[in-house]
Design a protein around this ligand. Structure first.
Ligand code: ADP
Ligand code: MG
Length: 357
């Protein structure tokens, strides 16, 4: 696969604080890329630097192998879909979509017939045929999202940046638009770089997932690799499916405030030692149940459960205040019943833990 975009040690600071701290990555052409990171990790800054709305302090950005330094945003061939859609409320759907073409500095489309055809093609692409004359104030959130996308795609960008494109939609629509966006991208055949704070959205949508942690790329890998093998404890934390403990490794034991966990697993190099166990790798047993040599246990007081149909998530208070989460898959079974404030053993296999440090 050929590379569409490459960033080399891109740094961008605001008032001395780095928002992007030597960002390095390459993106393949014709792919859906998800960029996951918590609020404040630098996602929007990264998109703005790629689009040319912000100048990096240092480093370089190559687009199809050519440096973008000094190239105006309009001339980069990179489209941008803003978080709040940024549509013109006084213009119709078709006028919003056509706007991008009419106002191009280079090669504006002034022939109204050509313009109308291009707008029609784009509305068909995003599934909005027949909505040409509607006011953008009189369509749904999902439809506004499509108008914003069509307005970007009509300029035939060679890559599209989307800043939390589903963030403004309600939950039902958000999950439907996931597959819509993927399908639209496949039809136009260019790379989409989709920024999100939602781990499930990133894992579901990305052919490749980049994880941004405090202005640095902590991991760039396929969804299943990020999920099963997070590169750092911070990445494991963003995924919302690991119990994480700080502490230190002493010989073959991880020692932390929550307890001592004997190790039988390889360690990942990391500056901060941490121990991670996935919610769904833990079983809940009576305190008196016996333990096999390949298992680790701690004890916790049951707080509450959340039933979600296919699974039930249970929360336990550990000594020292840490809340520990267990996900039990149900497959036809009724959810187990635990007694509030009762103490249980929480058990997992040594080899299922991830150890950093
Ligand atoms: P995200 O989109 O992941 O939430 P941002 O890229 O918006 O993160 O912000 C990253 C960091 O840079 C934050 O600490 C933010 O406060 C800071 N920052 C972003 N834009 C500006 C700006 N224009 N001026 C000053 N600080 C900024
Ligand atoms: Mg942002």
């Amino acid at each position: 696969m050929s590379t569409v975009l490459q960033l080399k040690k891109v740094i961008k600071s605001y008032g001395g604080a780095p928002a992007l701290d030597a960002v390095d990555f390459s993106l393949p052409d014709n792919a859906y890329i998800a960029l996951l990171g918590p609020s404040g990790s630098g996602k929007t800054t990264l998109l703005r630097v790629i689009a040319g709305f912000e100048e990096p302090d240092s480093g370089s950005i190559l687009f199809h192998g050519k440096r973008l330094d000094g190239v105006e945003p309009h001339d980069r061939g990179i489209g941008f879909v803003f978080q709040n859609f940024a549509l013109f409320p006084h213009l119709s759907v078709a006028e919003n979509v056509g706007f991008g073409l009419r106002n191009r500095k280079v090669d504006p489309v002034t022939d109204t017939r050509v313009l109308a055809t291009r707008v029609q093609d784009m509305l068909a692409l995003v599934g909005l045929k027949g909505f040409e004359d509607r006011a953008v104030t009189q369509i749904s959130g999902g439809q506004r999202q499509r108008v914003a996308l069509a307005r970007t795609l009509v300029t035939e960008p060679k890559m599209v940046l989307l800043d939390e494109p589903l963030g403004a939609l309600d939950a039902n629509l958000r999950s439907r638009m996931r597959s819509e966006l993927k399908a639209i991208r496949e039809r136009c055949g260019v790379t989409f770089l989709h920024v999100t704070g939602s781990e499930s959205e990133a894992l579901a949508m990305g052919d490749l997932v980049l994880v941004l942690d405090r202005g640095r790329i902590a991991q760039a890998a396929a969804s299943d690799i990020v999920y099963n093998s997070p590169a750092t404890a911070a990445v494991a934390g963003f995924l919302n499916c690991y119990n994480l403990f700080a502490g230190s490794v002493v010989e073959d034991v991880f020692v932390g405030p929550a307890g001592r966990f004997p190790l039988n697993t390889s360690r990942r190099k990391a500056p901060q030692p941490a121990y991670a166990i996935r919610y769904d790798r833990v079983s809940i047993r009576p305190r008196e149940a016996s333990l096999s040599p390949d298992e680790v246990r701690i004890e916790g007081d049951f707080i509450a459960s959340e039933y979600s149909g296919a699974a039930v998530n249970s929360f336990f208070a550990l000594d020292g205040g840490h809340v520990f989460e267990v996900e039990s898959h149900l497959s036809h079974a009724r959810p187990p019943v635990f007694i509030e404030k009762h103490r249980y053993a929480l058990v997992w296999k040594k080899e299922d833990a991830l150890v950093f440090g």
